[in-house]
Design a protein around this ligand. Structure first.
Ligand SMILES: Nc1ncnc2c1ncn2[C@@H]1O[C@H](COP(=O)(O)OP(=O)(O)OP(=O)(O)O)[C@@H](O)[C@H]1O
Length: 708
């Protein structure tokens, strides 16, 4: 094999015969390349220039020079404004730009008056030199005369004729002294005067911060939390990036504030209506919420843009910086232990609106839907309403908590039904509870007209679990889903459609809405829709409806985690400022302990309620097997006899069965009732065949709705 090795080195060095000491050769570090002098100087200069103290000194120098320039501009503008009609013309242009022609006419009239007065003053100037000369001559003569008169009186008193000229001479002396003083002061004044003028201009510029933003001190530059003034709002609107708006505001110049209504204090912020110039639509401003907020030195969540009734107007609500992050006080439900509720006439105290006014919601005949991302305060918000309602002793609660970690446990002994848990079995129980509510609703609807009913409120928290449940009932209908056969969905829809008038109401809390876990018809069936923080605008549309979102409702702009308990609400039961489609409410936080205390008070108002935790639907039965069993030896039975025998077999399970129930169970088995001699009968052999040939899991499915 050695013969086939090809050496890769030309002359491989002979191997060392004697191994020497193991030395490692450390190469000399390459000498650093010599940097040319001009490069080094450049670096040094750059370092010196970019050094922070140098930059600060530069900013300082530019700032104070610019104050003088800015001050000169301001003083010139003021003088110009004072002496010409420029101000009137500006206001006139602004009024025209906002389409406010009445105000424009007023300004035009003022401008006209100003011009007339100026013309009169100029005409007067033509004749004034003669008048001034005349006045001067008369004044001097009269002055000399009175001084001489005074001298005569003095001469008579002193019996000295020279005193006649004494007062006149004294005045002449005084004038000479003045001339001397002026001649002494004039020289230095000529030198100091411009300096003083410069100082005055600098002072005006400094007060108005008339320098580019980048040279202003950090405290002024950041303007964090700056109070909102008309000029700040106008500047923010001008820089919004809407060309038509920018041009119109430029056109108005200083008079841009004419677009604004008065800036009113509104809760922990201010509110101002802005009449947009023609050519700018309200949604152009609404779509730029973040930019507007930043221009106003606020965070996006601190600025709300709504559309009031007046045409071409947007209403801005701007929070005081950081004010929205402050907690609001405790709920009156917690602080006022004597509080009771009235379902029909009262309103549940829920929190505060952004203006800081109490936000309370009428629950009368309103189905409710609260959505939001997980852990934003949905359950607490929904529970607060239930806690208030519990203080009306006539109200009956049926509750299903499909999370089941005890958020609703305090209603044990207060709610007539309370199902708590996350499994499919719990969904099934909740569905059957809602179906029972439908039955109760139907019973009430069939009652004689005029009958009044106390409120039965069915609350399902985490309702998305019900819509997503895969279980199928013994009637082959799915519990979850959004098909016409879906049991939970259909039961909710029935209550939504007809429950209101007979006081059977449906309240649902649901998480992170999608079309699958919150079908459209269920969303739209709720009269009151509220949403905590959500992920996207499309979710906001699902939660609150297009109208509310188009009108400015934006739960997707609430900050998950930071805005816990803050919700956007579209409903008729709460005071929403005219023209707005929604309102933002900061809800009170009622913790579990306080909730427990409130439910204890509510229990004390009642005589005692026994809460059912599961719905006893009788023992597990197999209807097809039972039907087969009741035949005995009979080859055929009339359907009514089958029903009778089934009822005799088990009154609880079959006592209320109708022909429809029987047909439904036998449908598709090949043993359906048929007509014989004009009467409907069921054949025993067909039943037995169906029983023998049915698939294994049918029996399991049939049993699923019977839970102990
Ligand atoms: N009004 C509120 N003000 C301040 N914090 C609140 C408010 N409501 C709730 N929170 C906070 O949010 C947390 C979650 O509340 P809650 O359990 O109601 O959320 P959820 O949206 O129902 O969550 P999930 O959907 O995951 O069950 C509470 O533990 C509390 O810390």
């Amino acid at each position: 094999m050695s013969g086939t090795v090809v050496p890769l080195h030309k002359n491989p060095a002979p191997p060392d015969t004697e191994p020497g000491p193991n030395l490692t050769l450390v190469p000399e570090p390459a000498p650093a390349p010599v940097v040319p002098l001009w490069v080094r100087s450049g670096r040094a200069i750059r370092h010196a220039i970019t050094h922070e103290p140098t930059r600060e000194a530069g900013r300082f120098a530019v700032r104070h020079s610019m104050y003088v320039v800015g001050g000169t501009r301001i003083v010139t503008r003021r003088t110009w404004d004072g002496r010409t009609g420029a101000r009137y013309e500006r206001m006139l242009r602004a009024a025209e730009a906002t389409g406010n022609y009445e105000v424009a006419a007023e300004w035009e009239e003022r401008l006209q008056r100003f011009r007339e007065a100026r013309h009169r003053r100029r005409m007067d100037l033509l004749t004034s030199p003669v008048d001034v000369a005349k006045g001067l001559a008369v004044g001097t003569g009269a002055g000399i005369g009175s001084l001489v008169g005074l001298g005569v009186v003095l001469a008579l008193a002193n019996e000295d004729v020279t005193d006649v000229l004494t007062p006149l001479m004294a005045v002449i002396e005084f004038i000479r002294l003045l001339i001397t003083i002026v001649s002494v002061v004039w020289g230095p004044a000529l030198r100091v005067g411009p300096l003083l003028a410069l100082l005055a201009l600098w002072s005006v510029g400094r007060k108005q911060h008339a320098a580019p933003n980048w040279v202003l001190p950090t405290t002024v530059r950041s303007a964090e939390g700056e109070p909102i003034t008309p000029s700040i709002v106008v500047k923010a609107l001008r820089d919004l990036g809407v060309p038509a708006l920018r041009n119109a505001i430029r056109e108005m110049g200083d008079a841009g504030a004419a677009m604004l209504g008065p800036i009113r204090i509104a809760g922990c912020g201010v509110e101002v209506d802005v009449t947009l110039p023609s050519g700018v639509s309200t949604n152009e401003v609404q779509n730029k919420r973040r930019k507007l907020a930043e221009n106003l030195t606020r965070h996006e969540h601190e600025v709300f843009i709504t559309i009031p009734e007046a045409a071409r107007t947007v209403r801005l609500w701007i929070a005081d910086s950081g004010a929205l992050d402050e907690p609001i006080g405790p709920s009156p439900l917690v602080t006022d232990e004597t509080m009771t509720a009235d379902y029909t006439k009262g309103k549940a105290p829920w929190g505060q609106d952004l203006r800081g006014d109490m936000a309370s919601l009428s629950l009368y005949q309103r189905h409710l839907l609260i959505t939001g991302l997980s852990n934003q305060g949905k359950t607490v918000a929904l529970r607060s309403l239930a806690l208030w309602l519990a203080l009306d002793r006539s109200v009956e609660f049926w509750m299903g908590d499909l999370k089941g970690v005890g958020d609703w446990a305090m209603f044990d002994g207060l709610a007539t039904r309370l199902i708590q848990g996350p499994t499919d079995e719990h969904v099934i129980e909740v569905t059957e509870m809602v179906e029972d509510a439908v039955e109760e609703m139907n019973r009430r609807i069939q009652a004689p007209p005029g009958t009044t009913f106390p409120l039965l409120v069915v609350i399902v928290d985490e309702a998305q679990m019900a819509f997503m449940c895969p279980a199928i009932g013994d009637d082959k209908r799915p519990y979850g889903g959004a098909k016409a056969t879906s049991r939970y969905y259909m039961a909710v829809r029935k209550i939504h459609n007809q429950g209101r008038a007979v006081n059977v109401l449906m309240w649902q809390g649901t998480q992170d809405p999608t079309d699958q876990n919150l079908p459209k018809l269920v969303r739209e069936g709720a009269h009151t829709r509220a949403s905590l923080a959500l992920g996207t605008e499309s979710q906001a549309r699902m939660a609150l409806g297009d109208k509310a979102v188009d009108g400015g409702a934006a739960p997707n702009l609430l900050r998950p985690g930071l805005d816990q308990g803050k919700l956007v609400l579209a409903s008729s039961g709460i005071d929403i400022p005219a023209g707005q489609a929604s309102i933002t409410v900061r809800t009170h936080y009622i913790n579990d302990d306080d909730a427990k205390a409130i439910t204890e008070r509510a229990k004390a108002l009642r005589d005692g309620v026994t809460t059912l935790h599961t719905i006893d639907r009788g023992e597990q039965r197999d209807p097809l097997a039972d039907i087969a069993a009741v035949f005995g030896d009979a080859p055929r039975l009339l359907t009514q006899d089958v029903l009778k025998r089934l009822a005799a077999l088990n009154e609880d399970a079959y006592g209320k069965w109708s022909f429809g129930d029987l047909t439904r169970v036998l449908e598709g088995t090949g043993a359906e009732p048929y007509k014989s001699d004009g009467r409907r009968v069921v054949a025993a052999d067909r039943i037995r065949r169906a029983l023998a040939t049915r698939p294994e899991d049918d029996g399991d499915d049939a049993s699923i709705s019977h839970i102990d």
